[in-house]
Design a protein around this ligand. Structure first.
Ligand SMILES: [Zn+2]
Length: 232
């Protein structure tokens, strides 16, 4: 995934004169919620969702963004989400554009599965556990996808379930990880990088979670591939 400047278009992200970080400029609700979407949230309290500490977003049935809560916006800014490149333009964007290519088929199917559920039945939401680690912490999230009335869209609620310091980490020494063609292979999910002298070994290089050197490609390591695309 190409990353854009995480802070583009954000004015108040620098410490003030007292060294205290000021809050990010989160767009107002009317700029984060497409017309008509609030009416689809029959079973949800928009005020609660908007102030939820983890990320929540709404999708129309064609998987374009219809709503993002405050935490989503802040998270994307802090984690270099490319979709926030132009904060005034993010509504209506295809959400899958922000996912690595290797994971797009999985998420397309997940969104379709959630959309097809009958919201009038009190079924458990479609759920998916995933990693989204930072350079400092291993983080695991749970995604719950709730279908909206009349298959108009899906509400996606993410919750942080595990956050701990990384256990085994490696140094960003490029000649260990660049293959014969000079490419670094990073897993699109767990973000580990493949060792060139042992293609079965993938190491976590925290420095490259934040920013990977040039000539890197996104793959899936075997455990992640088997997790996302299990053989039936
Ligand atoms: Zn992986």
């Amino acid at each position: 995934m190409e990353s854009s400047d995480a802070h583009s278009g954000v004015k108040n992200n620098k410490p003030d004169s007292n060294g205290v970080s000021t809050s990010l400029d989160v767009p107002s609700l009317s700029d984060r919620c497409a017309q008509g979407f609030k009416e689809c949230l029959v079973k949800f309290n928009l005020d609660e969702i908007d102030n939820y500490p983890n990320t929540v977003y709404g999708l129309w049935s064609d998987s374009t963004l219809a709503y993002t809560n405050k935490a989503w916006f802040t998270f994307m800014q802090e984690n270099s989400g490319e979709i926030v490149g132009d904060p005034s333009q993010f509504l209506g964007k295809k959400i899958l554009k922000s996912f690595p290519d290797q994971l797009k088929p999985f998420y397309q199917e997940l969104f379709s599965k959630a959309l097809a559920q009958d919201p009038s039945e009190s079924l458990a939401p479609v759920q998916h556990a995933y990693e989204c680690s930072s350079p400092e912490y291993y983080r695991q999230y749970s995604m719950a996808l709730y279908p909206l009335e009349q298959q108009q869209g899906v509400l996606v609620v993410n919750s942080l379930v595990v956050m701990q310091s990384h256990k085994e980490t490696a140094q960003p020494i490029e000649n260990i990880y660049r293959d014969g063609d000079g490419i670094i292979h990073q897993c699109a999910h767990c973000r580990k990088v493949r060792c060139t002298d042992d293609s079965q070994r993938w190491d976590l290089v925290p420095a490259w979670i934040k920013s990977i050197p040039p000539n890197a490609s996104h793959d899936l390591c075997l455990p992640c591939f088997e997790y996302y695309y299990p053989k039936n």
